[in-house]
Design a protein around this ligand. Structure first.
Ligand code: NAI
Length: 213
């Protein structure tokens, strides 16, 4: 399947398709038309068809999509048919919330380790994973096959730790620290800023209030 040069906007919509298809699958639905999916997801059927055409279409016109097949294909496109081991750096509020989230495993993301610089937190149990001292990070990375590091530490700490991660085999960083990280070519960084989403909400509240004035 040709997956080159697919826009990030399309890739960004795939997880949402996957969530809805997962629910349909759980409800025992076998086929779904683009029209039905469109009504469920509140996007146009033509948007859905356009998105899926990037990957060859997935289904027969008029006959609808096979839910199980579509779910599996989108999972493969998103790389979810592979396991990805991840560690979390920063065992504070956010790090623990993420560590405690069970659904990552369902998607093939396996929680393997958690690190903190605060000795008082070392040894704490977060869903079966013991918090380790940050001093042991390099050795741990050398001995374990970890793809992804999740950064839930302040921004100065995040900047300082990037080289250690990259030099020891980390290929991707899920960055919650409020800083743009400089990484060598080939290392992937996905920034997540919850407040961006909140600011978008604030903008939309303001627009709505102005319209009703
Ligand atoms: P927290 O203070 O509860 O936890 C931070 C933890 O990081 C502490 O346990 C601290 O000991 C540890 N730490 C600091 N430097 C370290 C280092 N060099 N190595 C290992 N551990 C280190 O803070 P919280 O609420 O968990 O937030 C963590 C960070 O994430 C904060 O900097 C915050 O600004 C950011 N944040 C980002 C969000 C986002 O949407 N991107 C949302 C909430 C917080």
């Amino acid at each position: 399947m040709e997956t080159k040069e697919i826009s990030q906007a399309v890739i960004g919509r795939l997880p949402r398709y996957l969530r809805y298809l997962g629910d349909l699958k759980d409800d025992g639905v076998e086929r779904v038309s683009s029209q039905e999916l469109s009504e469920l997801m509140n996007v146009t059927a033509s948007q859905i068809r356009q998105d899926f055409n990037n990957f060859g279409g997935f289904g027969q016109q008029g006959y609808g999509y096979n839910v199980e097949y579509l779910y599996e294909e989108i999972s493969k496109i998103l790389g979810l048919d592979h396991r990805h081991n991840f560690i979390i750096i920063g065992a504070g509020n956010l790090g623990r919330a993420l560590g405690n989230y069970l659904n990552f495993e369902r998607r093939g993301f396996i929680f393997k380790g958690m690190f903190d610089k605060n000795p008082k937190l070392v040894g704490d149990d977060v869903r079966g994973v013991k918090v380790m001292s940050i001093d042991g990070l390099e050795e741990f990375l050398q001995e374990n096959d970890i793809d992804i590091a999740v950064l839930t530490i302040p921004k100065t700490s995040a900047v300082d730790i990037v080289n250690v991660l990259v030099d020891n085999g980390i290929r991707a960083i899920w960055n919650f620290a409020h800083v743009d990280l400089n990484v060598p070519e080939g290392i992937l960084v996905e920034n997540v800023h919850l407040s961006d989403s909140l600011m978008k909400l604030s903008y939309n509240i303001n627009c709505k209030e102005q319209r009703s004035e």
